[in-house]
Design a protein around this ligand. Structure first.
Ligand code: HEC
Ligand code: HEC
Length: 409
């Protein structure tokens, strides 16, 4: 159990804004899994004592809380579980979002909602009143069965395999048929792809070239509410200091990493994080660093090519552990990293977390993305960061990273 949880958490490294909102929440152990996991902005708005943009209680918040508490199977925490027995509570909402995204619907396609609003109290999740929910249950059973009997329990077949984002299933290939594309021969090795990547961003020592990096811009959260956007400032100081400040009309919120120590703060409150949450916050620094791939190419495998928008990419995968796989997508032309996708195994489907990098520009001889977007299967977990200014070697006092001595204003 413990190792399973450890694995799961690593996959959520990418939900970096979410880490912040988790950490600030008082860990009211009971109630969180039932209240918080609904994760609707309106719901959170009613009760969260946090700046607005942090209401976005992402998947990750569920996780972090769960990790610090026993993660119970949903047949113990929920009322009407027949096929997903054994699924940890921390994975329930992510999986439901996965299902909804796979068939292109929202929760109320299958679940009964009593009022207009999307907030928690209005839902009767356990109700089997809607026929779509019964079909959904039959489909879950079928997918589990297909994978168990044909793929040794690997979750190769998911809702998306057949549905492709729609309730209507296509059973015919488009006509006239295309000439099949021959398998790509002569792909470069992982070492070659990584070498090209390092050269493209400005050399393997790019990170060591500058003492500090200060990035300014905005972060935009994709949800139905207004006023959830914030000014963003990210500061990196070699070798191990990292500061993220988000300022919105609702207030200022800060993460400060000073070597081993991680702080979060908002208003004039701050507190230190420990354990998994702190480890995880520290690791998100890599998404802002010039070198975003720190793993060894010797452990990586080249999977083929894939398109991201109009760019062709090499897909390189890395099995972190039996439950977690990372995939890196490098532009075949420029060599730059366009995407990192982390998947975590669950009983029904692998849960994806993605970080996209775009709008690379030259800053003092190295290449940095001016757009970084993190997302998962829930629309409201998407956060897009756009930088307007990135500067190197500004003087930043070491004290700034320690929220104990420099609390947020
Ligand atoms: C395709 C239909 C479908 C969609 C869409 C769907 N669900 Fe579900 N949901 C189910 C089924 C089926 C179950 C029961 C699973 C079982 O019996 O093991 C369930 C169970 C649940 C439960 C536990 C209910 C209980 O108390 O027993 C919750 C909570 C839940 N879903 C939330 C959501 C949320 C949130 C969304 C939207 C992101 C969503 N669901 C979208 C089909 C769906
Ligand atoms: C092997 C292919 C396949 C997989 C995998 C699959 N489905 Fe389906 N699904 C179908 C087909 C075919 C239909 C249409 C026939 C039917 O409605 O029974 C359908 C219909 C549905 C419908 C009814 C759509 C409507 O018309 O309202 C729902 C809801 C649904 N699937 C949910 C799911 C969910 C959730 C999953 C993943 C747990 C899933 N399906 C996995 C093939 C699949």
């Amino acid at each position: 159990m413990t190792s399973k949880l450890t694995c799961s958490i690593t996959s959520f490294v990418c939900a970096f804004s979410a880490a912040l909102c988790v950490s600030l929440r008082p860990l009211r152990v009971t109630g969180i899994s039932t209240q918080r996991t609904q994760r609707y902005a309106e719901d959170a708005e009613k009760s969260a004592p946090l700046p607005g943009f942090l209401y976005k209680a992402a998947s990750a918040s569920t996780f972090a809380v769960q990790v610090q508490n026993p993660d119970q199977p949903i047949e113990q925490t929920r009322k009407n579980i027949q096929v997903l027995k054994g699924l940890p509570e921390s994975q329930l909402f992510l999986l439901m979002n996965f299902m909804a995204a796979s068939i292109g619907v929202k929760c109320d396609y299958c679940h009964v909602r009593k009022g207009e609003k999307y907030f928690d109290g209005n839902w009767v999740w356990e109700s089997d009143e809607k026929p779509q929910k019964l079909i959904g249950r039959r489909m879950i059973k079928m997918a589990l069965e297909i994978n168990r009997t044909n793929f040794g329990g690997e979750t190769f077949v998911t809702c998306y395999t057949c549905h492709r984002g729609s309730t209507v299933i296509k059973s015919l290939p488009p006509l006239p048929p295309h000439e099949p594309i021959p398998p790509t021969a002569g792909l470069p090795t992982a070492e070659q792809i990584l070498a090209k990547y390092f050269a493209a961003v400005g050399g393997q020592e790019a990170a060591a070239k500058f003492k500090t990096t200060v990035m300014k811009g905005t972060v935009e959260f994709e949800n139905r509410l207004e006023g959830r956007n914030a000014q963003l400032e990210v500061t990196l100081k070699a070798p191990d200091k990292y500061l993220v400040t988000q300022t919105s009309p609702q207030g200022v919120s800060v993460i400060g990493v000073d070597g081993e120590t991680v702080w979060v703060g908002n208003g004039n409150r701050s507190r230190m994080l420990s354990g998994y949450t702190s480890e995880w916050v520290r690791r998100t620094a890599v998404f802002y660093a010039p070198i975003k791939v720190i793993e060894q190419p010797t452990q990586m495998k080249v999977m083929g090519t894939e398109k991201i928008g109009d760019r062709e990419t090499y897909v390189v995968s890395l099995v972190v552990n039996p439950d977690v796989t990372k995939r890196f997508f490098f532009d075949t032309q420029t060599g730059l990293l366009l995407r990192q996708l982390t998947t975590t195994r669950t009983m029904l489907a692998p849960l994806p977390e993605q970080v996209d990098f775009d709008d690379y520009r030259d800053v003092d001889g190295i290449k940095l993305p001016f757009m970084i977007r993190s997302s998962n299967t829930a629309t409201y977990d998407t956060a897009t960061r756009r930088f307007t200014e990135i500067k190197h070697n500004l003087t930043v006092d070491d004290k700034a990273f320690n929220l104990k001595t420099s609390p947020p204003q």
